[in-house]
Design a protein around this ligand. Structure first.
Ligand code: FAD
Ligand code: NAD
Length: 478
């Protein structure tokens, strides 16, 4: 039997960040997860393998484009086994690293599945076959999420995949249907398109990435329509049928925006279903506690990440959106600080979101659409990358940087970016919002030249009608 001050259930980026901080603060800690080392969905079958493949996809796309710069490589020969090996090696290297960190910090790692016994104990069915009892003062539930698979899209056929299946790279299908034009659909769809599949994306809402501002999405959509075979908007899949030569899919168009054969039956070699994820809150024994789960299946927590059971906290995908690794890690650290006696709360002003497509799309803080929905007056300052020296050297002038600014205080409320490297650039926006920076702070901060970071500074200059590389005088009220 193990007795600890803190047990963390789930070894994803939320759970392991929590366990490691708790150990650093001197608590005795156990971490429970079925994998050999911590990593969770993010490292084993999410963020990390997908980004390794997107890195390769970018290389393929750039090598094709290089012809325009006078360098011709010819069509790439793809060794799928080696590509899989590379992706698995990336995951292996990271998870061996987290395994080492567990040992260094003397966190007791229990490889297995946890079942809650009561508010201060649980039992773990270890993968070795043994059962370990754990007594705890506090527990953090960080059990994450799993792919959503609505009954309409469920087909017992290996050619219909979720993100985990698609990341296995079973083959390069000649035709791939991606159901859902969100993060996963666009990222993994881009990978398969670069590898040579004819990819069709079907999205039920009127636009891709429903949570992001349209002017940013438009830039991405323009490029995607070049690299993918088709994008069907306002379209649903109403039927899927397994046939010997493929998956026959019937679409139903719901609006004028549908393009490219909606209403028809089409045959696809494979289908990727990426219509969202659902929280993993069906933890065995949870009903023996006072923990409550909302209608969508999220564990209910307060701003300190406490559940309705005083000894139990919850963090990460299992407590709500956005389902992002960095949000989970931050919540984990907050929960541990609360357990260690600090009076802190999870109260971010800006959680950055990044879609790692080409171009990348990133935003944080208030979006223009949210401001409009909430009737909040904002000033938008945009800097087109066609005016950025760095973007021109990269031959990528399709990007856009935009700031959402409070017109009275001139405080920065939100940042949106689309363009290569947007995922790296957004961190400056998140820091500026968290620090309460205003447009003058951004304008007066010297940014290195020639870099894409200058587009943040010049967007602030646009706000004052004084951008060096854009002639757009500020409107003076008369
Ligand atoms: P998870 O990472 O889901 O980990 C939960 C762990 O708990 C799992 O290992 C699970 O097996 C374990 N568990 C569950 N029940 C029990 C139990 N009873 N006992 C013991 N262990 C249990 N986010 C980003 O921020 N950036 C990205 O680029 C990104 N890319 C993604 C790409 C894909 C394809 C997918 C699917 C997701 C991606 N995400 C990305 C989302 C990200 O993976 C999640 O937000 C993140 O993993 C959530 O972390 P978590 O700690 O809440 O839980
Ligand atoms: P998502 O919520 O990002 O997108 C799902 C899309 O599917 C939406 O646009 C939705 O309108 C559409 N949809 C839903 N039902 C549909 C249907 N029946 N037919 C057609 N379209 C339908 O979900 P996801 O792409 O599955 O990703 C899940 C979550 O994982 C994301 O929300 C995100 O939190 C996380 N994630 C993050 C990253 C990243 O940070 N780069 C990458 C991958 C995943």
């Amino acid at each position: 039997m193990t007795s600890v001050q803190l047990v963390v259930v789930g070894g994803g980026p939320g759970g392991y960040a929590a366990a490691f901080l708790a150990a650093d603060l001197g608590l005795s800690v156990a971490l429970v997860d079925p994998e050999a080392n911590p990593g969770g969905v993010c490292v084993y079958r999410g963020c990390i393998p997908s980004k390794a493949l997107l890195h390769v996809a970018k290389l393929v796309d750039e090598s094709r484009h290089a012809k325009a710069w006078g360098i011709e490589f010819g069509e790439p020969k793809i060794d799928l086994a080696k590509l899989r090996e590379f992706k698995n090696a990336v995951v292996g290297r990271l998870t061996r690293g987290t395994g080492q960190l567990v040992k260094h910090r003397k966190v007791q790692y229990l490889q297995g599945w946890a079942e809650i016994v009561d508010a201060h104990s649980l039992k773990v069915s270890l993968t070795s076959g043994a059962v370990e009892s754990v007594q705890f003062e506090h527990a953090i539930l960080a059990t994450g999420s799993v792919p959503a698979m609505p009954p309409m899209l469920r087909l017992d056929d290996p050619r219909v995949m979720d993100s985990t299946g698609a990341l296995e790279l079973p083959d390069i299908p000649k035709s791939l249907l991606v159901v859902g034009g969100g993060y996963i659909g666009l990222e993994l769809g881009s990978v398969y398109a670069a590898l040579g599949s004819a990819v069709t994306v079907v999205e039920m809402t009127p636009g891709l990435l429903p949570g992001a501002d349209r002017d940013l999405v438009d830039v991405l959509a323009r490029r995607i329509t070049q690299t993918m075979k088709g994008v069907l908007l306002e379209t649903s899949v109403v039927r899927m049928k397994a046939e010997a030569t493929g998956i026959r899919v019937t679409f139903e168009s719901m609006g004028a925006a549908a393009r490219g054969g909606a209403g028809n039956d089409q045959l696809f070699d494979r289908v990727l279903v990426s219509v969202g994820r659902r929280p993993n809150s069906k933890i065995p024994g949870l009903e023996r506690t006072q923990v409550q789960v909302d209608q969508r299946g999220f564990i209910m927590v307060d701003e300190q990440r406490r559940t309705h059971e005083p000894s139990i906290f919850a963090i990460g995908d299992v407590v709500g959106e956005p389902m992002l690794a960095h949000k989970a890690s931050h919540e984990g650290r907050v929960a541990v600080e609360v357990i260690a006696g600090e009076n802190v709360a999870f109260a971010p002003r800006a959680i950055p979101a990044v879609v790692f497509t080409d171009p990348e799309l990133a935003w944080c803080g208030l979006t223009e659409a949210q401001a409009a929905k909430g009737n909040r007056a904002v000033t938008i300052a945009k800097f087109p990358w066609a005016a950025s020296g760095r973007a021109i050297t990269l031959d990528r002038t399709d990007g856009l940087t935009k700031l959402v600014i409070d017109p009275e205080s001139e405080r920065l409320l939100g940042v949106g970016l689309v363009g290569p490297g947007a995922g790296e650039l957004i961190a400056e926006g998140a820091l500026a919002i968290e620090m309460g920076a205003n447009a003058t702070d951004l304008k007066l901060t010297i940014h290195p030249h020639p870099t894409l970071t200058e587009t943040m500074m010049e967007s602030a200059e646009v706000f004052f009608g004084q951008a060096t590389h854009v002639y757009k005088p500020r409107k003076v009220k008369t």
